[in-house]
Write a protein that binds this ligand. Structure first.
Ligand SMILES: *Cc1c(COP(=O)(O)O)cnc(C)c1O
Length: 356
């Protein structure tokens, strides 16, 4: 029997403890028992988000959280700026257009981080928001949210970030960095099954929610907040089992300690970067300072699919690139339940494959 090592860029490996936490009888999402679990989850997530704002759980994948941010914070025709550093930045821009917003894309090369000055040249008095990916999972590069937050602090423009593959592995300080909306989901750094997303809004963002005229029902965050505040519940039936899972995963994160967790991500990704350089390969991130700690994209022009396949035959599961880089880079996740030993095993097999 082959034991597999999952180093995917989401869904990430799920620890046994988290799987076991779901192996129990159903409870009502209107019970006291459920409320206590949601309360525990949202309280601990506040620490990871770095916020005093409410954390609202939504039954959806990460994209649902992104949609919720758009339909609640904006009104038809409002102007949005989106720095594009890869596929997920582009997805956010496209979604905004689908909801009737006027989108200005600011393009950067694959592997680059968004330059704050360049982006700010396109932000006008009436720009309603900047949509920015925290950690771009298609290129393995993160954006400097803190610098964007500084620029927008005394403006009306909202700073909205998709931290689906960042939060829980990459430091974020929502309040201190003046971020107005943070979105994440359960299946990446939070090492739980896909099915829940989490969103938090600043007071500045909630003010915009009041005047938003985009139709919404399922993702109406005002209702979500009423239920969270009243009873730590959700307006409709939530993904109860996913909530069991996230509660247990957060318990594990608490035991590890958030600082230790961030250091594990950093040292695992560092090891990969150093080792692939020794193999004569390059990473896609142009500036290592902005290389993501939760995944690494490695350049192997024309060979990515073959390498991914050979690694999978050896029980190491990683990802190829996303279009248009599908065969030119592969991506290896250090997100979630990935240990130093997993990284060492991955590097051992990669070396053998590259050298034969
Ligand atoms: C995975 C991911 C998403 C999409 O999340 P889904 O859960 O698949 O909807 C969005 N943004 C980033 C940066 C991601 O890594």
């Amino acid at each position: 029997m082959k034991k597999e090592i999952f180093m995917m860029v989401g869904p990430s490996a799920i620890p046994d403890r988290v799987l076991k936490a779901m192996n129990k009888s159903v409870i009502s999402h209107r019970s006291e028992e459920y409320s206590k679990i949601q309360e525990r989850v949202t309280n601990y997530l506040k620490i990871i988000f770095g916020t005093k704002n409410d954390i609202l759980p939504l039954t959806s994948s990460g994209t649902g959280g992104m949609e919720a941010a758009l339909v609640n914070c904006f009104s038809l025709g409002e102007k949005i700026v989106v720095p594009i550093i890869g596929k997920f930045s582009e997805q956010f821009a496209y979604m905004a257009e689908r909801f009737g917003l006027t989108v200005k894309r600011v393009y950067f090369e694959h592997g680059q981080t968004a330059d704050v000055k360049t982006v700010m040249e396109f932000v006008e008095e009436d720009t309603a928001g900047i949509l920015i990916v925290h950690n771009e999972s298609s290129t393995g590069v993160f954006n400097d949210l803190q610098s964007f937050g500084k620029e927008l602090k005394n403006r009306e423009t909202l700073l909205i970030t998709d931290s689906v593959s960042g939060l829980g592995g990459l430091e974020i300080k929502m309040d201190e960095w003046n971020i107005d909306v943070v979105i994440t989901s359960s299946q990446k750094c939070l090492m739980s099954p896909p099915g829940l997303s989490f969103i938090a809004l600043s007071d500045k963002a909630w003010k915009k929610v009041v005047s938003s005229n985009i139709p919404k029902y399922y993702f109406d965050l005002k209702r979500a907040r009423e239920f969270e505040n009243k009873s730590h519940q959700t307006p409709t039936t939530t993904a109860i089992y996913n909530m069991f899972a996230v509660a247990e995963a957060l318990e594990m994160i608490k035991e590890e300690g958030v600082e230790n967790l961030y250091n594990r991500y950093k040292s695992n990704s560092r090891r990969i970067i150093e080792e692939v350089k020794n193999l004569g390969l390059e990473i896609l991130a142009e500036n290592e300072q902005y290389a993501s700690p939760s995944l690494t994209a490695i350049k192997v022009p024309g060979k990515a699919k073959e390498i991914v396949k050979k690694l999978s035959e050896r029980g190491i599961i990683i990802n190829s690139g996303l279009e248009p880089l599908e065969d030119d880079i592969f991506r290896v996740g250090t997100m979630g339940y990935v240990s130093e030993n997993d990284v060492i095993a991955f590097l051992y097999h990669l070396k053998e494959i590259i050298n034969t």
